[in-house]
Design a protein around this ligand. Structure first.
Ligand code: CMP
Length: 278
């Protein structure tokens, strides 16, 4: 590790690939801006690691401990040889107060993180067992790999991770794995499991989402009576209130039917798992 002072209490530091920069619950006294390389942000859950983000040049991390005056919320590790600008708490506060542009950029970034976490939470809370298991698979994938690359993970880690994090009872797990295998999301490989890249997992997740919308099960219909019709009426009221022209309403309809077409395409692709999905 080498360091050179930049200005005042800001330093440029270099760390080799693999360096753990800090760990969850450490006290935090500085934040970091990445100049070169990638940094992995992750949490440890039992023996597993949940990757929250892989950040690259121009992105920052370690700001939460400073903003909230609390210990580190996650671990950070250099994925490559990295060069980081390190800013201490006092300089950070002065920078934010003096430069609204920095504060706005930071708020945008934090909003994007909350949005991503909201969507993951939605999958975990609302989806079927398959949807929740799929979300856990996404967490297990190391980020930064090509979208279509298969990733090899020990089968025990996948089974334990999915059972524990998706909250699936033992009798449900084999059904969920069978569905995901037939959908092409996972593949058995000796003592390992191959997990398809994020592109396939995202498509299957979209398929589950659209399936819920276009082919709700009886239980879903009972628990949310008229939800779709109410939504449609609410959309019409909103368009009227916003004085949107009929042509634009048609375009809205077209985009809805575009979604249905997408659903049919995905359904054909994933129909091997038809009949198994609950
Ligand atoms: P801090 O809590 O100081 O240390 C861990 C850092 O990881 C945290 O600040 C954020 O900068 C970053 N971090 C925490 N959660 C996420 C997330 N969900 N996505 C991206 N970065 C995160």
């Amino acid at each position: 590790m080498t360091s050179k002072p930049d200005a005042g209490t800001t330093f440029t530091q270099q760390y080799p690939a693999g360096t753990v920069l800090f760990e969850e619950n450490d006290p935090g006294s500085r934040m970091y801006v990445i100049r070169r390389g990638r940094v992995r942000i992750y949490r440890k859950i039992g023996d597993n690691e949940m990757v929250l983000a892989v950040l690259g040049p121009g992105e920052f991390f370690g700001e939460m401990a400073l903003l909230e005056n609390l210990p580190r919320s996650a671990n950070a590790q250099a994925l490559d040889d990295v060069e980081l600008v390190e800013v201490d708490a006092e300089t950070f506060e002065t920078m934010i107060r003096a430069n609204i542009e920095i504060a706005v950029r930071m708020m945008r970034k934090l909003a994007a993180r909350v949005r991503e976490l909201d969507s993951r939470l939605h999958n975990v809370l609302v989806d079927s067992g398959v949807g929740r298991a799929l979300e856990v698979l996404r967490w297990l994938l190391p980020k930064g790999k090509p979208e279509d690359a298969w990733v090899r993970v020990p089968a025990s880690a996948v089974h334990i991770g999915v059972a524990a994090q998706a909250g699936l009872p033992p009798n449900e797990i084999s059904r969920v794995f069978e569905v995901m295998t037939r959908a092409g999301c996972i593949r058995a490989h000796g003592a390992d499991i191959l997990i398809a890249g994020p592109a396939v997992l995202d498509d299957f997740s979209t398929y589950l989402d659209l399936k819920r919308r276009y082919e709700p099960t009886d239980a879903q219909i009972d628990s949310a009576p008229n939800a779709e019709r109410d939504k449609e009426q609410a959309l019409k009221r909103l368009l009227k209130a916003l004085q949107i022209e009929p042509r634009e309403m048609e375009l809205q309809q077209e985009s809805l039917s575009g979604q249905y077409r997408k659903y049919l395409t995905l359904k054909r692709r994933f129909e091997a798992s038809r009949g198994l999905l609950g």
